[in-house]
Design a protein around this ligand. Sequence first.
Ligand code: PEP
Ligand code: MN
Length: 352
Amino acid sequence: MIISMRTHTPQEQIDHVCERIREFGYKVSSIVGEERVVIGAVGVGDVTACLESIQAMPGVERAVRISAPYKFVSREFKKQSTRICLDGGEIGGDEFVVMAGPCSVESEKQIIETAESVAAAGARVLRGGAFKPRTSPYDFQGLELEGLKLLAKARAATGLAVVTEVLSEGDVDLVAEYADLMQVGARNMQNFALLKALGKSKRPVLLKRGMSSTIKELLMSAEYVTAYGNPNIVLCERGIRTFETATRNTCDIAAIPVLRELTHLPVVLDPSHATGKRSLVPALSQAAVAIGADGLLVEVHPCPERALSDGAQSLDLAQFGAMMNTLKPHLALWKGARACKELVAVEAGLLP
Ligand code: PEP
Ligand code: MN
């Protein structure tokens, strides 16, 4: 924070302001000019409360925050990109990680067949919801514990890691037993009780952007998880609500490079929820590769027309295989660009 005092403020008021800043846990250093004093405050504390208090004090002209309100997840705090280790791989490293599977786990046959097929096509992580956040209480809510057990079977059969959604704080320990990556859905991005509980759990988290959330709010939610003890977070752009109705959501593709600038956390794209239409998924997936995302989260179902949720945006197994094939040349370019970027970063002193 920078606090600019009014011209000719009495020393007593300046001292008082410095004292109050220290009470909030910050270190103070002042620049004394001919006419005015500017106070710098650095450290970790409750910035909002401190600013509010300081702004109300006599002699203060302006108090402004200079660093981002999210600290631990910011690039400023850590230049080197974070790699999230999963069983048999990592997200945010040298591999573009494709996570694929049905919106919901529906049966043993459905999940095993999908897992085997997406693994053969090159996916590294199996997705599938056991606890489903549905707009209507009358829609399929997920198989819950049975669904988690089926995911464990699919993992054992294929070696794929598993990403699955955790809907509530009370389910964190249960889901953590089965998931390699705990998904926080768009509707829960600002469920602070859930974020705190995930902070205390050490399992990596896949944090989806809320449909009406800004990038700053997404990063503040990631900051919650980190501040409560868990720095292992993958961010996911999944489309936001706009006036556009041609797609289910509007894919904010620019969020990916924006996030790469602002944070060291890996960023993936969910082209399925971002568009709501299977025909658009391959194009958006290519865009994610080209723009430098760290991976994809794609909905795939053996028979989309029979899916209990999100069938219209799910690829069938053959379509997913074909998409993975068309992505190959793009992925080769991605690898080259990634290696080259790392080189540039080393030269710029951003990496050791
Ligand atoms: C999902 O991944 O199936 C899901 C419900 O996603 P979102 O939270 O992004 O809507
Ligand atoms: Mn879905």
